[in-house]
Design a protein around this ligand. Structure first.
Ligand code: SF4
Length: 300
């Protein structure tokens, strides 16, 4: 079969795990797999879209069968188990040199803004770290939604502490679950760069503060501490950003998008720019950035 792939969110620069697994599975079965080209006919074309806000693929596709999938299409189905279990075909993304995978799937919590409980259900083991690591790289990016809520996840973290692997949990760690014991396990890991926490509401501030003190006591350097800040109410997000900075945590603002892909407001976007663009952030306050009318100020 002649198979083509479309990574609809291709602009994100992050590899699409589902497409890499589909590619590996088809290649194993003797199929020809390539990125889609508008000049050819295919037996089957897979389009995968992770983000609801990414515009859909809008060019005609010449194929006997077109298969779409992913959260961006509000399609919460899983890959068939035999494809889910296969090692990804990293040759699709030659510039990406890290492994990507999940130690766990799902989450036991029900945060109202989050799609994960609806999409993935309760937390459960997905894989061991040594099934995810690539033979040609010692760096792994884990996509787990709440790895600390899983005994399997904690056991994998413990095991990786004895290994020469460098990790990133890029969806953020749940600060509520960072006890002194967990902080010690986390301090045993080699981190690619940041230890990412989440601070989505002001109620999380004391919890993040406690987690930070446990992580620091366990030996994690201040320069590694980082936190997602969900931006719904800008005033509340502003308070969280300032408080996190006082704790020595680098904030990263994420404007809220509902599961229908609703666009953030211009104020939420401006606030995220002010937080995330470091030279801007260092050069002015949010009040200055938000008020372009005032002399010598930056504006949106
Ligand atoms: S803890 Fe994180 S993954 Fe779980 S429901 Fe809340 S936001 Fe989603």
């Amino acid at each position: 079969m002649k198979i083509a792939l479309v990574d609809v969110d291709g602009h994100s620069g992050f590899p699409n795990l589902a497409l890499m697994k589909l590619s590996a599975w088809h290649k194993r079965h003797g199929d020809e797999v390539s990125w889609w080209s508008g000049f050819e006919h295919y037996d089957r074309v897979y389009l995968s879209k992770v983000f609801t806000f990414t515009p859909d693929h809008d060019t005609a596709i010449d194929a006997d069968e077109i298969v779409t999938g992913g959260t961006g299409y509000k399609d919460y189905r899983w890959l068939p188990p035999e494809i889910e279990a296969i090692a990804p075909d990293y040759s699709l993304y030659p510039r990406f040199t890290r492994a990507v995978g999940f130690l766990t799937r799902g989450c036991p919590n029900q945060c109202p803004w989050c799609i994960v409980p609806r999409k993935e259900g309760d937390i459960r083991p997905a894989a061991d770290w040594d099934d995810i690591v690539r033979p040609d790289s010692r760096e792994i990016v884990f996509l787990d939604n709440n790895v600390l809520a899983s005994d399997h996840g904690l056991e994998q973290i413990k095991q990786m502490g004895y290994e020469k692997v460098w990790v990133d949990f890029n969806q953020g760690l749940d600060a509520r679950l960072v006890t002194p014991k967990v902080a010690k396990l986390l301090a045993g890991l080699h981190w690619i760069r940041f230890v990412r926490l989440s601070c989505d509401t002001s109620a999380m501030l004391p919890v993040v503060e406690r987690a930070v003190s446990y992580l620091r006591e366990a030996g994690i350097a201040k320069s590694r501490l980082w936190a997602y800040v969900l931006v719904e109410d800008v005033e509340d997000a502003h308070r969280r950003v300032l408080t996190l900075e006082r704790m020595g945590v680098l904030p990263f603002a994420q404007p809220y998008r509902d599961s229908d892909g609703g666009e953030p407001t211009s104020e939420q976007r401006a606030f995220a720019r002010w937080v995330n663009i470091r030279p801007v952030h260092k050069s002015c306050t949010w009040e200055e950035y938000d008020d372009p009318g005032k002399e010598g100020q930056h504006g949106r």
